[in-house]
Ligand binder design. Structure first.
Ligand code: NAD
Ligand code: TYD
Length: 353
């Protein structure tokens, strides 16, 4: 049995679905169901006894202690977080609470549980912390990609809160010996991605005939990875990673935002042509995000060398699957575009020219 936090969100849900496709080991899934958590992501697991869903907060120590005692998980995979940079600019408090205090609470509960174990159970226990490449800061155009020894230079409230959580995880290993591993992954994309993030937002807006808001000059670079490749990397680390180690995970796939948006328009023009003309007509340059990081790139050689992991999808295959998924699941998009979602869109985009 493993304990997953944040398993109703984008990557966590993909991880739980993948896990139960490839293994019979049960999952306890702890998620607070914030705006980003959605049980529809897990609808295909309805009635499956291998999946136990618990609605709750990772800051609730008594609840976490109870889950450890009741289910005796051999590992915890920690996804739960506030994850959107733009939201962290408008309201950083939730990011510090969940990403820093929540991770601290989980570490303390896990440490208490681990110390009560003996023999193989104790030696085999793992705490895997899911983090981001954004903790490393922003790269210049010719800088080498981030390695695991790159200094931390977080620039947004989101990346600063994730950096803080990474430091706590590191310290719990060095000070207490807790068997932790950490992955720092680049931007993910794929099914169940909440339409506040670049790729699903552009698809949803295009299909609704709305402007495609490109921040600044659109030349910011991200290193995109298909979500199931992130899931397989985490499985590899859980199975064979070394306690105390950090693994960078990325897609070897750096692209400027405007190229991503153009690719999405071209795929939609092919798969769902709009009689009004190419979706490119909707591209609109808007005021940039404050403190916007210019470039992220991951050097993923360590995880390949030590654990034999490489991404299975290319960007061409992954992005086509993603657009096809959104076209086939427009009900899912409609359901998550609730009143609260519309309020967010109003707040984030109204002030931009
Ligand atoms: P997401 O926002 O889609 O999902 C986060 C989930 O955590 C939601 O289900 C939410 O309900 C839950 N949650 C939030 N606060 C909680 C709390 N206090 N207690 C319990 N559950 C809570 O995020 P995501 O994109 O799936 O990201 C998952 C993890 O991966 C995060 O830690 C993020 O930092 C990391 N990450 C994301 C990306 C990316 O491109 N999305 C890249 C690298 C790393
Ligand atoms: P996002 O998906 O929010 O991920 P992150 O900020 O964590 O990298 O954004 C990806 C890139 O797309 C980032 O450079 C900001 C940019 N972007 C836009 O240009 N327009 C948008 O409406 C959004 C949401 C993002």
């Amino acid at each position: 049995m493993i304990l997953v936090t944040g398993g109703a969100g984008f990557i966590g849900a993909n991880f739980v679905l993948d896990w139960l496709r490839t293994s019979d080991e049960p999952v306890v899934n702890l998620d607070a169901l914030t705006y980003a958590g959605n049980l529809e992501n897990l609808a295909s697991l309805k009635g499956d006894p291998r999946h136990v869903f618990v609605q709750g907060d990772i800051c609730d120590r008594a609840l976490i202690d109870r889950l450890f005692a009741e289910h005796q998980p051999r590992a915890i995979v920690h996804f739960a977080a506030e994850s959107h940079v733009d939201r962290s600019i408008h309201g950083p408090g939730d990011f510090v609470r969940t990403n820093v205090n929540g991770t601290f609470t989980l570490l303390e509960a896990a440490r208490g549980h681990w110390m009560s174990l003996e023999g193989e159970a104790r030696a085999g226990f793992r705490f895997h912390h899911v983090s981001t490449d954004e903790v490393y800061g922003s790269l210049g155009p010719t800088d080498p990609a981030f390695t695991e020894t790159k200094t931390y230079e977080p620039n947004s409230p989101y990346s600063a809160s994730k950096a803080a959580s990474d430091h706590l995880v590191r310290a719990w290993h060095h000070t207490y010996g807790l068997p932790v591993t950490t992955s720092n992954c680049s931007n993910n994309y794929g099914p169940y991605h909440f339409p506040e993030k670049l790729i699903p937002l552009m698809i949803a807006n295009a299909l609704a005939g709305k402007p495609l808001p490109v921040y600044g000059d659109g030349m910011q670079i991200r290193d995109w990875l298909f979500v199931t490749d992130h899931c397989s990397a985490i499985r590899a680390i859980l199975a064979n990673g070394t306690p105390g180690e950090v693994y960078n995970v990325g897609g070897w796939n750096e692209k400027p935002n405007i190229e991503i948006v153009n690719t999405l328009c071209a795929l939609l023009d092919e798969l769902k042509p709009d009689p009004a003309g190419s979706y490119r007509r909707l591209i609109t340059y808007v005021t940039d995000r404050p403190g916007h990081d210019r470039r992220y790139a991951i050097d993923a050689r360590k995880i390949e060398r030590e654990l034999g992991w490489r991404p299975a999808e290319t960007f061409d295959t992954g992005i086509r699957k993603t657009v096809e998924w959104y076209l086939a699941n427009q009900d899912w998009v409609a359901h998550v575009q609730s009143g609260a979602y519309r309020d967010w869109v109003e707040k984030n985009y109204a002030g931009r020219e």
